[in-house]
Design a binder for this molecule. Structure first.
Ligand code: CDP
Length: 784
């Protein structure tokens, strides 16, 4: 149980308004592109129009003649400093600027630096690159054909195959399939999509020749990790590098990798000795920075005739593009995809994934997702619906019969994870009762009798967030702990700094609420700072909903260290022993004599103005928190759709999201997170795909083709919650930011397929465009 603090303290559970919004709603945010330094110049990348081509020559003569041009950097220049290639987060390497050949359309070929942005753009056009086209591979299946052109001839292994990864008991799973009377199979492609944050990527690199210090203001979700990468790759001592992430306009995983533009701006600043700004355009962001998903998946479920699941078998082909730049923990080449047994008590399971190279932009980032959990949740939630169709059973009933029972937690799943806590049936019951499921099914039957198309989709997803425990989780060898440092100042106000970095999630408010909860200092009196490696303690950053499970826990632990010290000071001030003191948020009082008390503010003042024997002065603490396990938030989403038989248009009539993220820090912020994630899920389900033609030309490289849902397309989101605290998190909290993106695509697709199931439709791949639906209706002879 979390003690509820007074509203003026604003600890956990209070829906206090976001502190950071004061500056955002006034247009006073400070983003990378707002950084203007004296003498600053600008950089722009020259990119390849071809998806696969040999570079015959690069001629920069005309470009250099343009007044205002200061430098043009090519791959050959970088090669001289051994910087033409850089390591990716997945132990592959990636070209910073192309040498020899290009491997995807929009690949970085040269970097033009000039005094102003217009000149860089003009000069970039004057760089003449002569290419010789090479055969292009866009289909990951064909990439494995024996005769397929080898894309990465820089590698020793002459194949387009990157990795094979498997987990689970293959033999026992095969046996279960042989015995099972019912089998259901779904082949689902989770299309290549893109986080498309409103702010694109960029940086200002500022090398000070006098001090030898490099400061990089950059769009980074993981400033400390990036500083370490710059130190290791560039050879600059890490203490001479400062990475600053100012305000970030959405990250969603897109701002985790190191992109060539950052490296080029740093090299240019080192070379010229002036600050260099590089900011991507929208199309550059969509076409060349980390994409998400691109998983070709097959799931099979073996079950008995009562619908009890016996085994799960999953096979996936993962398209990683030209370089394996997937951002995920080292030991997991397919991220946390092995959470694909979802909310269900499968006795046996086996999962295998093969990664391949193609002529597409590199990536495989965790777009609002804990490293491939979105793909996993989508696949299992689709497969359960296909099983229900096979069994002619209600999809809610199939789920109910197979949920991991609430009394089986902590639950060890057959693919190795230990789920911390869950109560899936309770979440589904609340969702079905609230939406009026029985009534909706009746309405659907009536509509069907009249030839109308209505569908109800359920997704009872499980998540795995909070990477992660140091025994298993690292990125490039750095363990995935996170941190918090709190300084309580003499007047009782406090500053707290973390190793994470908000991109809009409201950390300045919620971390302050955690400190308020633990110390009773009002949240309004606490300043939260993140994103400056010179001041914040080392941490692995914000992505994969890890902030609350890791840095949130560190914040609570650091505050508790401060409380322990405050108790010693209070005992001295009140002339009693520590055992005689009791704590209520904000003050210590003597047991049995409540009038004898000291507030945290009085104690803070004493910490700096008097001396407690055996104690150092001051009231500060730092905590590096290594979580013992991940947290497993979950939920049930229900979507109701109506389909227009004339146009194939799907109208989302209702959408109810019941989420469970354990104890909530700020219910208003959590609701905002859910709304945002559902809207992204809607875009993925119905509108978005980064597609390529057979020559490797990007088909969706601007917002004309890659559609973002606006208020017009977005339905009214209904939300509710259950609360199953995490048993190992100090506040009982689980992450939540990505849940709606993870859980919603299956609910949308299940609803559409449900509307068409009586026509024999088993699956439709996303994005479910009106054209796609209309084509299915036409094939089935039911268009009006
Ligand atoms: O890592 P990221 O911040 O994206 O994800 P998160 O840990 O799920 O947190 C997203 C936002 O929701 C943060 O402001 C959290 O403090 C807040 N949150 C909350 O208020 N209660 C929870 N149980 C989980 C998150």
């Amino acid at each position: 149980m979390i003690h509820k603090t007074a509203p003026e303290v604003g600890g956990m559970g209070h829906p206090i308004k976001r502190k950071e919004d004061l500056r955002f709603i006034q247009g006073k945010g400070n983003y990378v592109d707002d950084v203007r330094l004296p003498g600053m110049v600008y950089g722009q990348l020259v990119r390849s129009p071809y998806a696969h081509a040999r570079i015959k020559s690069i001629n920069t003569t005309e470009a250099k003649k343009l007044p205002g041009v200061l430098a043009i950097i090519t791959g050959e220049d970088l090669a001289k400093a051994n910087l033409a290639w850089m390591p990716t987060l997945s132990y592959d390497k990636q070209m910073v600027l192309a040498t020899g050949k290009v491997l995807f359309q929009s690949q970085e070929v040269a970097f033009v630096v000039a005094e102003d942005r217009y000149t860089t753009a003009d000069a970039a056009e004057l760089v003449e690159v002569e290419y010789e086209e090479l055969p292009v591979v866009v289909d990951p299946h064909k990439a494995l054909d024996p005769g397929a052109p080898i894309l990465r001839d820089d590698r020793e292994e002459k194949t387009n195959h990157i990795f094979h990864w498997e987990v689970g008991d293959k033999q026992a799973t095969e046996q279960a399939f042989q015995k099972a009377p019912v089998k259901a199979k779904v082949q689902a492609f989770f299309q290549r999509c893109h986080p498309a944050p409103l702010e694109t990527c960029g940086c200002v690199a500022d090398f000070n020749r006098a001090t030898g210090k490099l400061t990089v203001y950059m769009t980074s979700q993981a400033p400390h990790a990036h500083r370490t990468v710059f130190a290791l790759v560039g050879g600059i001592p890490e203490n001479n590098i400062r990475v600053v992430s100012p305000d970030i306009g959405g990250g969603f995983g897109n701002k985790v990798p190191v992109y060539p533009g950052y490296v080029c701006a740093i090299v240019a600043s080192l070379t010229l000795g002036v600050p260099v700004k590089w900011i991507e355009t929208r199309s550059e962001n969509l076409q060349s920075t980390g994409f998400a998903r691109d998983y070709h998946m097959t799931a099979e479920i073996a079950a008995d005739r009562d619908g009890k699941m016996k085994a799960l078998r999953v096979k996936t082909l993962a398209d990683h593009g030209a370089f394996n730049a997937a951002a995920q923990p080292t030991k997991f080449p397919a991220g946390l995809f092995s959470i694909c047994t979802g909310s269900y008590d499968f006795p046996k399971a086996f999962c295998e994934v093969d990664g391949v190279y193609t002529n597409k932009a590199p990536g495989g980032i965790a777009y609002r997702c804990s490293f491939r959990v979105t793909e996993a949740a989508y696949l299992i939630e689709r497969a359960v619906d296909v099983l229900a169709q096979e069994l002619k059973m209600d999809p809610a009933e199939v789920r109910r019969r197979n949920f991991i029972p609430a009394d089986k937690f902590p639950y060890k799943c057959p693919l190795g994870w230990t789920y911390d806590s869950g109560n899936y049936e309770a979440a589904m019951k609340l969702a079905l009762d609230k939406i009026g499921y029985e009534q909706l099914r009746k309405e659907q039957a009536e509509k069907r009798a009249k030839g109308e198309l209505m569908g109800i989709g359920i997704s009872s997803f499980t998540e795995i967030v909070g990477a992660g425990p140091a025994h298993t989780f690292d990125i490039l060898g750095i363990k995935m702990f996170d941190s918090c440092e709190i300084r309580v100042h003499p007047t009782g106000k406090a500053t707290a700094r973390m190793g994470t970095k908000s991109q809009g999630q409201g950390h300045e408010t919620t971390y302050a609420q955690i400190v308020a909860q633990e110390l009773g200092i009002p949240a309004a009196d606490i300043t939260v700072e993140e994103g400056d490696t010179d001041t914040a303690p080392y941490g692995l950053g914000t992505y994969a909903s890890r902030s609350t499970p890791t840095a949130g826990a560190a914040t609570a632990m650091a505050a508790r260290k401060i409380r322990d010290k405050a108790k010693k000071i209070a005992a001295r001030l009140l002339e009693c022993s520590e055992e005689d003191l009791e704590w209520e948020p904000g003050k210590f009082s003597v047991k049995g004599a409540p009038s004898k008390s000291k507030t945290i503010q009085e104690i803070a003042f004493a910490a700096y103005t008097t001396v407690t024997p055996g104690l150092e002065a001051g009231l500060e603490a730092v905590d590096y928190y290594d979580p013992p396990n991940l947290t497993f938030p979950f939920g049930t989403y229900v979507c109701v759709v109506d389909i227009d038989k004339g146009t194939g248009e799907v109208k989302v009539r209702r959408f109810l999201a019941v989420d469970d993220c354990g104890n909530i820090i700020n219910p208003m912020i959590v609701e905002g997170q859910i709304h945002g994630g559902l809207t992204e899920g809607l875009g993925i389900a119905f509108m978005q795909q980064i597609d390529y033609d057979e020559n490797g030309n990007v088909q969706g490289g601007s917002f004309m083709d890659y559609l973002l849902p606006t208020a017009v397309e977005t339905p009214h989101w209904e939300t509710d919650k259950t609360c199953t605290p995490s048993p190992h998190h100090p506040l009982g909290a689980k992450g939540v930011g990505e849940s709606p993106n993870v859980g919603s695509p299956a609910a949308f697709v299940n609803a559409v397929v449900d509307a068409l199931s009586h026509l024999g439709v088993r699956h439709i791949d996303m994005p479910i465009t009106p054209w796609k639906v209309w084509s299915v209706l036409k094939e089935k002879g039911v268009t009006s």
